[in-house]
Write a protein that binds this ligand. Structure first.
Ligand code: NAG
Ligand code: NAG
Ligand code: NAG
Ligand code: NAG
Length: 759
């Protein structure tokens, strides 16, 4: 069958699906499970009874909450408490709070009315129960047209409108591994307790001056910063909103610190469990965790995760579709900054005019590299909106905002798959999971049966691999790429002073220049002290938190299965003994796991993943490549708004797609910084110096269209990444927005765009 026919067929099928969906939706989505859907009169009477019980229990729980523990045990209140900062970072949305409470109410209902009665209820009755307790996953307002994404991710998938939506549970690839199959963290296979997380860290993870040693040759630290920024687009689990103590309670799972600890003197790290939420059928066990943000790669960290939040970030006053911003109070020339977050309790402010920035994500101010990337995207949006307003004087604020947003998201997806993922996963895994971007064609591979939702294991273990890439210091460079200073990472947590512009250089530019020069660190069991000893500490060299211990405890809190189970999931041989781990780990690494755990079936996933030896030509080991590759496959093929998708009313024009494919992160940095005169075309890779070899390709745009990279040795044969001018150099092509002009006549099929993916 010709590809065109195939495409038409698919198109028809999708229209049919949409038709059916539109036809059903008023019934299913608007009735809110009215009484006519509930099975019978008995059931209805029962529900009324339960509902009054729910009200009573809610009142009771509310009173109980006032008695939850709180203490200032170890940290003086005049300083920022690391636990408070962790809560700030963990940011629990009001909605998450309500959902967590609903689970408690439902459990109470279960114990009062007995499980059996409840399990006999019909589906609609169960969902009505859930709704009465405060959780309603029903989507009642899918827009009639779908040219643009919703902010909360709803309605992306016509068959399952909740897939990828904010405030839905994570998905699981392996069943939860709770000790009691419901709620309690797993035990060792022997039935004994697992070693406490801090003891695991002391046994397996080493502190390192992660600056000079262990660099992953060729690649830049941008990959680490970008990875964090990307993570904040796709997952954010909610924590119980409670001040924990060192006591285990239903909401708290403290990390006990051994009395002979080599660094910490505290008794424990206080630890809020992640909130539990019911699934779509209102089942509350096994315990499932909540993703507070949209799963899609939709720049929700910039635009927010609900229509309301989205609106609150917009500047509606100029009619140009802009995002809110402030002028840099310390700079006469220069671009805008993020608007101040007036509600941020624990920010070290630079001045009354310059505080921690407000964005679509509550974690933006955690470190200045992250805040800088947020600022870059804000500027990029506003730049594009301004240009569109000149090309299309007739467009109103809403239209300009949505079009600029769509362009930015498309660029973002392109950069993630064309620049960030290839070095991380290597060519082999990029091909295996279908992640390679196509040089010319539309992608006719959107599959409404692929669920894009972030999996629990990705959020809780796999994508935390970036913690091993965090350096001890962040490099700041001037416009000639000469060193200004190394800033100690532990001085930067929620500290806005670093973004101040001082004579000669802007704080943000200096960090951005630094991250495309500083070398990326290898993923391994060496973590830097600012995150294993001083995380969120104030003063900065004081006792903070241990991020690795938090990760391990979070894995247990979420009941992530042990490493061996995930090996099996990823089609690696199941290890019968510690020695069997030698296929993917060094002798030394296997030996630390052997000393720490009783059984090869006990190993926590996070330390094992970063303990795997990266395979040749990639930055991650085998299991990590599998888990990350699988998630990015679903984020691509399960996103109807995927930028290459040629079907549907949201599809870009061919000419627009050609322009989006020209975009590189280098171009984005050129366009959004104040003073970066020269830059290497592929900013995730260190700049080449010296004389380029003959016939070397100097444009990353050209090279990435013609080559799958990197090679087995992490190399890019035939490419020369020398710095070029940001202005008017063909090696960093600019995005031409003309195809976005109203009435623009699209390029024809002869222009080579119609070759479908794969042939
Ligand atoms: C359930 O809620 C009632 C108040 O409605 C309370 O008295 C009871 O102790 C709760 N039971 C459990 C198991 O939480
Ligand atoms: C936790 O304690 C802080 C003071 O340390 C207080 O401001 C806050 O309201 C408490 N939060 C809860 C949920 O009790
Ligand atoms: C600290 O105590 C634990 C037992 O709680 C023991 O296994 C470990 O070897 C001790 N570490 C040191 C450095 O003494
Ligand atoms: C905040 O940053 C400034 C430097 O810009 C530094 O002097 C100060 O110690 C930092 N504070 C903390 C608590 O990290």
């Amino acid at each position: 069958m010709s590809s065109r026919k195939q495409a038409n067929l698919l198109n028809e099928r999708i229209s049919l699906v949409c038709l059916v969906f539109l036809w059903i939706s008023p019934v299913v989505f608007a009735t809110n499970y009215g009484a006519d859907l509930v099975k019978d009169d008995n059931e209805r009477l029962f529900l009324r009874d339960v509902e009054s019980h729910i009200l009573e229990t809610e009142r009771w729980l509310h009173e109980q909450a006032g008695q939850d523990g709180t203490d200032g045990e170890l940290f003086e209140r005049s300083r920022r408490d690391p636990h408070d900062l962790l809560m700030q970072f963990g940011f629990t949305h009001m909605m998450s709070d309500r959902m967590a409470n609903a689970v408690r109410v439902l459990k109470n209902v279960s114990s009062t009315y007995s499980e059996r009665t409840l399990s006999e209820l019909s589906g609609p009755a169960k969902r009505e129960l859930c709704s009465a307790a405060g959780v309603d996953y029903t989507v009642s307002d899918c827009p009639s047209t779908s040219i643009y994404r919703t902010h909360n991710g709803a309605c992306n998938n016509p068959l399952n409108v909740n897939w990828g939506k904010a405030f839905t549970p994570f998905v699981r690839q392996l069943p939860a591994a709770y000790a009691d199959a419901l709620d309690n963290p797993r035990l060792a296979k022997s039935g004994e307790a697992l070693p406490p997380p801090r003891l695991v860290c002391l046994g397996t993870i080493k502190d390192a001056e992660k600056d000079h040693d262990n660099s992953a040759d060729h690649w830049t630290l941008l990959s680490m910063h970008f990875g964090q920024f990307l993570d904040h687009d796709v997952d954010h689990s909610a924590l119980e909103n409670v001040n924990c103590t060192c006591e285990i309670t239903p909401k708290c799972l403290p990390i006990m610190i051994p009395s002979n600890d080599s660094f910490f003197t505290a008794h424990c790290f206080k630890f809020q469990r992640s909130v539990a939420v019911p699934d779509e059928d209102c089942n509350t066990s096994p315990r499932q965790q909540l993703n507070q943000i949209t799963s899609f790669l939709d720049l929700s960290q910039v635009y927010g995760n609900s229509e309301t939040q989205g609106k609150s970030l917009r500047d509606l006053s100029k009619g140009k579709g802009l995002l809110l911003s402030i002028d840099d109070p310390n700079s006469d020339v220069g671009h805008e900054l993020l608007p101040n977050d007036e509600e941020h309790k624990d920010c070290i402010i630079a001045s009354p005019q310059l505080k921690c920035g407000r964005t679509g994500d509550a974690r933006a101010a955690e470190q200045p590299g992250l805040a800088s990337l947020h600022t870059v995207l804000l500027r990029q949006h506003n730049r594009i909106a301004e240009k569109l307003s000149i090309l299309n004087p007739g467009w109103n604020d809403e239209k300009l905002y949505q079009e600029a947003r769509a362009v930015c998201i498309a660029m973002w997806q392109h950069i993630v798959y064309n620049e960030y993922l290839p070095p991380l996963l290597g060519s082999k895994n990029m091909a295996k999971h279908g992640l390679q971007v196509h040089p010319t064609s539309y992608l006719f591979g959107y599959d409404p049966h692929v669920n894009p939702s972030i999996s629990n294991v990705f959020a809780t273990a796999a994508f935390r691999m970036g913690h091993s890439q965090i350096p001890t210091t962040l490099l700041k460079l001037d416009r000639d790429y000469a060193e200004i200073e190394h800033v100690k990472l532990d001085e930067t947590f929620f500290n806005a002073t670093h973004l101040v512009t001082s004579p000669g250089h802007s704080g943000m530019d200096a960090f951005l220049r630094g991250m495309i020069v500083q070398k990326l660190l290898t993923i391994d069991l060496l973590l830097t002290a600012p995150i294993t000893k001083h995380l969120f500490a104030d003063p900065e060299d004081g006792q903070g938190l241990d991020l690795a211990a938090l990760n391990i405890q979070r894995g247990r809190d979420h009941s992530i299965a042990d490493y061996n189970a995930w090996r099996k999931y990823c089609k690696l041989p199941e290890a019968g003994s510690f020695d069997d781990l030698l296929d993917v780990m060094s002798e030394a690494t296997v030996s630390v796991f052997r000393k720490t755990y009783e059984s090869v079936n006990d190993i926590d996933l996070f330390p094992a993943l970063i303990g795997e030896t990266p395979e040749r030509g990639q930055l991650v080991g085998a299991t990590l490549a599998c888990l990350i590759g699988e998630q990015f496959h679903r984020l691509k093929f399960g996103d109807r708004f995927w930028y290459e998708n040629g079907l549907g009313e949201q599809a870009f024009k061919k000419a627009q797609l050609l322009e989006i494919r020209k975009v590189t992160m280098a171009r984005v940095l050129c366009d959004t910084t104040n003073d970066v005169p020269t830059i290497q075309p592929y900013v995730f890779r260190v700049a080449d110096t010296g004389t380029p070899p003959e016939n070397a390709i100097k444009s990353f745009y050209t090279y990435s269209r013609e080559n799958h990279f990197p090679g087995d040795a992490g190399d890019m044969p035939g490419f020369f990444n020398g710095r070029v001018s940001c202005q008017g150099d063909d090696n960093i092509p600019e995005l031409n927005l003309e195809p976005w002009t109203e009435g623009y006549v699209d390029v024809t099929e002869d222009d080579g765009l119609d070759v479908p993916f794969g042939g």
